[in-house]
Write a protein that binds this ligand. Structure first.
Ligand code: ATP
Length: 233
């Protein structure tokens, strides 16, 4: 991503940021409320028009070559946008259809993902009848249905209990080990510290640091201290 700019009217939410996430990396993108994280994510996923700059996903420009770029990205958004009346299995199958994938292979992948995230017993239940934790897991499964190479997670463990959080971390580590590149946004700094190899911090639409996690913490401070120092008004 080079010099990404996103304005809403006269307000500049993302102000010329450049970031390079390497293939296979677990990258953390942190910042206070309103810093521009979701706006950046939406621009990468092709959900928001950029006001300036360039984004390439594994070499594919996400405007000129948007079809291929979008196919490579799986997004688990902060706010759910599921069809309320579909079963969990159909949520996954419909999402695959959005990328032009259908048939037996998709049904098998949906069943595999339901199983991987412990949702098989609820596969035929309507989306409205599952718990918050189950929705988080479904959101992750949906982001993976079309076999993306980059997984973008916007607050993947907000509102989940301790046990599920640990389980989600384990799944994310496994997915990363299998080669998936992960771009994570979270307000939960322990999560970023535990999972991410490199971290960027955004404040007021500008990147204030971008370093390997180890280097960021080299002075012996906690990530919370570093974060507060860099983002304090
Ligand atoms: P949070 O951690 O609270 O989710 P964030 O870092 O994801 O915050 P964004 O949602 O990207 O922040 O918002 C960045 C800024 O852009 C905020 O000041 C927000 O009010 C503004 N903003 C976001 N979406 C719009 C919109 N559709 N119209 C106008 N302003 C917007």
């Amino acid at each position: 991503m080079e010099r990404l700019v996103k304005c809403y009217g006269t307000f500049t939410a993302v102000d010329g940021i450049s970031l390079q996430v390497r293939e296979g990396e677990f990258f953390g993108f942190l910042g206070p409320n309103g810093a521009g994280k979701t706006t950046t994510i939406n621009a990468i996923a092709g959900l928001a028009h950029k006001s300036g700059g360039r984004i390439a996903v594994f070499g594919h420009d996400n405007e000129r070559d948007w079809r291929r770029a979008r196919r490579l990205v799986g997004l688990s958004p902060q706010e759910y946008n599921f069809d309320r009346y579909l079963s969990l299995r159909d949520v996954l199958i419909f999402a695959a259809g959005y990328y032009g994938a259908r048939g037996k292979a998709v049904a098998e992948r949906a069943d595999m993902l339901l199983d991987r995230f412990g949702l098989t017993p609820h596969a035929h239940r309507e989306y409205t009848r599952i718990s918050g934790g189950q929705k988080r897991r479904l959101s992750l499964a949906r982001a993976l249905i079309h076999e993306p190479r980059l997984l973008i997670l916007d607050e993947p463990t907000a509102g989940v209990d301790v046990e599920l959080r640990l389980e989600l971390w384990q799944w994310l580590r496994e997915l990363n080990r299998e080669g998936l590149t992960i771009f994570l946004t979270t307000h939960y700094l322990e999560e970023a510290e535990k999972l991410c190899r490199r971290i960027a911090i955004i404040r007021g639409g500008k990147i204030v640091t971008e370093k390997p996690t180890e280097e960021l913490l080299a002075a012996g401070e906690s990530l919370q201290d570093v974060f507060l120092e860099l983002t304090r008004n």
